[in-house]
Design a binder for this molecule. Sequence first.
Ligand code: G3P
Length: 221
Amino acid sequence: MRTIIVNCKNYPEAMGEGAVRLARAVKKISDDLGVEGVVAPPTPMLALVASITGARVFCQAVGGEAGDKTTGAVIPESVKAAGASGAMLNHSEARVPPGVLARLVPRLAGLGLDVCICAQTSQEAAELALLGPKYVAIEPPELIGSGVAVSRAKPELVERTVAAVREGGFKGKILCGAGIVTGEDVEKAVRLGADGVLAASSVVKARDWESKVRELARSLS
Ligand code: G3P
């Protein structure tokens, strides 16, 4: 089954009740089409979205490692307690030092949380895949939010990443993201060897969330 992760970031449309409606749209379409749909709501909405929508929910970022006295930090245990299914790590907008990633991935996995680790280059993706996350995502930072799809503008990056990550024996899913706007962008990503996509602005800013998610997810079914 292929995957679409909708990252809400902190777009105003997905704040509060918006996050709930968007998560319901992702769940409905993924159920309809037999695609794995994941939504990453703004972090303060994590528990509410997970508990009332039944959607597969990931935390957008986990940065904290330490225990009780860590005011404001998002740590694996709080993500688990919020009812999330997993977490994204090392997104370009929330980079994590490699040494911390090496500790966070097994710690999240040990709590039963699925990890999507993001990388900016094929080499970084291959290195991070060795940590054993469930998903590795390639996202060139310069295309994020650009409306120009990675699968069109940098097809060789997606192909190179798939080859490098698989060469290391990675058995999980390889996703690509940045600038994904249309179903054709997704189709192209699949043709390049991706198992799915990450999308943010094209979905969150769409006038009709359900039809945009359907358009993207249809190319994954
Ligand atoms: O995590 C996905 C995100 O970084 C891609 O953003 O707006 O280019 O779809 P966008």
